[in-house]
Design a protein around this ligand. Structure first.
Ligand code: NAP
Length: 255
């Protein structure tokens, strides 16, 4: 089994990396690693997932505990033992499969947290279709489509629901919808089942900004985007006994 480390550039992370390199009994290589240890926060985690989507991930949080990073400075020795004995649990995480079409190109990618579409400094007008049936025409800053894991990230700031990842669902939340009589939309976040396909389209080609997790695309001649759920694409390892309720409490609710 081969492993690799993706780490934040700070002193604590460098110290953890040094300890791991000394104590993990696996081959250390960037070439198709089976396992990737991420040292940092959820932000470092999502960027590592985009680099090595087929690996098993273990996250060490160097600040507070996060949603993806389940080990801390205090539990490093447990992590080393879990890695050397492969005694971690694995959760399969769903992602969004996104197809972005412009006049010139088609981009196929995936998002572990969310995809957003905006058009600063103007408002964006978008037709929102579900399973090829028109739901509404949205006008406002933009839309955020998130996974269950991503529901605690940008989506939560938009007052979207926090979703239990065992639910196979994804969610659309509005970013500052205007909601006049001309452009009336649902306004509330919309939770969709795994079988749905969302298409966002502009009436004529448009210049937009699209984000896929931490990545951004400036698309000059955007036409449409198709988004659906792809089940269990990412493998997240975590210590035995950590529950969904604990993850929510440790991130958002002070004891
Ligand atoms: P960043 O702007 O440096 O940090 C984003 C923050 O979101 C960090 O505190 C990060 O936690 C946290 N985060 C990331 N994924 C999360 C999750 N699934 N659940 C709970 N918190 C999460 O950007 P970045 O580090 O590159 O991360 C990109 C993410 O930022 C995007 O995917 C988006 O969700 C989020 N974002 C949020 C807003 C907003 O809430 N208004 C706006 C833009 C982007 P750590 O401190 O543990 O890294």
């Amino acid at each position: 089994m081969k492993y690799w480390i993706v780490s934040k550039e700070d002193e604590i992370s460098a110290e953890i990396k040094k300890t791991l390199l000394e104590k993990i009994n696996l081959e250390f290589t960037q070439e198709n690693p089976d396992l990737v240890v991420v040292i940092g926060g959820d932000g470092t985690f999502i960027s590592a997932v985009h680099q090595f989507p087929d690996a098993i991930f273990l996250g060490v949080h160097t600040g507070h505990l996060g949603f993806y990073a389940n080990y801390t400075l205090e539990t490093i020795s447990n992590m080393i033992e879990d890695i050397n004995h492969q005694s971690y649990q694995i959760e399969k995480i769903d992602v969004l499969e996104c197809e972005l079409n412009t006049c010139e190109q088609q981009i196929k990618t995936f998002a572990i947290n969310e995809m957003t579409i905006i058009k600063p400094p103007k408002t964006l007008i978008l037709n929102v279709n579900i399973d090829q049936q028109k739901l509404e025409t949205f006008r406002g800053t933009g839309l955020c489509i998130s996974t269950a894991y991503g529901s605690t990230a940008y989506n939560k700031s938009l007052f979207g629901a926090v979703v239990d990842p065992s639910l196979k669902a994804f969610q659309i939340a509005e970013i500052a919808g205007i909601n006049s009589n001309q452009y009336r939309t649902l306004s509330s976040p919309l939770l969709l089942s795994q079988d749905r396909t969302v298409t966002l389209e502009v009436e004529q080609k448009e210049e937009v900004f699209l984000t896929i997790d931490h990545l951004s695309y400036h698309l000059k001649n955007f036409i449409n985007a198709t988004i659906k759920l792809c089940l269990g694409k990412i493998s997240l390892a975590y210590p035995k006994g950590i529950t969904f309720v604990e993850r929510i409490k440790r991130t958002f609710l002070k004891e």
